[in-house]
Design a protein around this ligand. Sequence first.
Ligand SMILES: O=C(O)CCC(=O)C(=O)O
Ligand SMILES: [Fe+2]
Length: 397
Amino acid sequence: MDPILIKLAKLLPRLEDVEELLDNEVEARYILKKAISFMENCESSKCVDEEEIRYLICALVDRNWERIHTGHFSSVPLNIRKIYAIGCYFKIFFLLLESTDPGQREICSGILDEAQLLGCMEDWSELKISLMQYLDDEKVGASVPLPILMPSTRLQSTCDIPQMEAPSLNEFKTQCFTPRQPTLLLNTIKHWPAMEKWLDLNYLLQIAGNRTVPIEIGSNYASDEWSQQLVKIRDFLQRQFGSEEGSQEIEYLAQHELFSQIPALKKDISIPDYCTISGDDPPGAVDIKAWLGPAGTISPMHYDPKHNLLCQVFGSKKIILAAPEDTDKLYPHDSEFLGNTSQIDAASLDFEKYPLVKEVKFYDLLLQPGDCLYMPPKWWHYVRSEAPSFSVSFWWE
Ligand SMILES: O=C(O)CCC(=O)C(=O)O
Ligand SMILES: [Fe+2]
């Protein structure tokens, strides 16, 4: 066995670590007990049961994948997600015992991403990070090179909210944060390495192509045709920005914590200092989300509970805002999961169907590369990309 793998295997969960997860989980207990004891001894002896344990671990992963996909994700018990993640770890080790060639490592990297996206892995973060490094040293090339986007020049456009040129922390605090005033902050992220590097989509492909991410399919998450899928970034980039671009259904890598999944990309951005200004003492963590997609992605009118800086790396976005005071006139959906989302199409208002909308004050703006939009909590926003676009949002309290 590869000496690095032997070291990594020592980080695998032991029975005493997972005991409390397995209270009513007879099947999982039986399988994990066998797998744990196999891995603890795999250095010294060849275990006769290897084939059987490998099979059982795959069954455990499949069974808990099904349980995770039954009902709404938010109601899946945490221990099921943890058992799924642990099963994935063991599945990866069994695959690596078979072979560590690049193809096999890519398969394992996909399993690890799914474990991270669907499972709950916070108790095993050392193992996760070490495994990620071990699996992720392959660079991916494109079969047909992806385009290198041109830096765009600033367009004249209407802006119904105040604009400030990279304000100081104090200006931001007194003129935006404290009065809860949405503001367009011009040329605020011009210094990010991402501003140049990400224009070359082959760079994103190289660094992240092998990784699996959740993609939204269909242009609007509130419509019936909308769905989500886990896909390789390579396939997503090729479909949406490669030579076939435009012939496909719109796919959107939306609201995803890409930078904790792929730390190499985080080096290209930085958390704006404005996020240190906080109503909480000490300030809480900042949630960083990536939004990458072709022209025509739509986030329907909705609000979020936190302060938000939506930063634009490339492409531009048409944004329509409305104040929290107008919530009752924006016809939020009745369902629990869409309660923060309006039924109206903000880009094409239908006063007959939604008469109260006539009384709403809407604010239009165009978010352009290098700029960021400050949105206070609960402000409604509709967002449509006008060109291939990459934004990064920072949410904080
Ligand atoms: O850019 C988008 O499509 C939506 C962004 C958004 O809703 C947010 O940052 O909260
Ligand atoms: Fe949002």
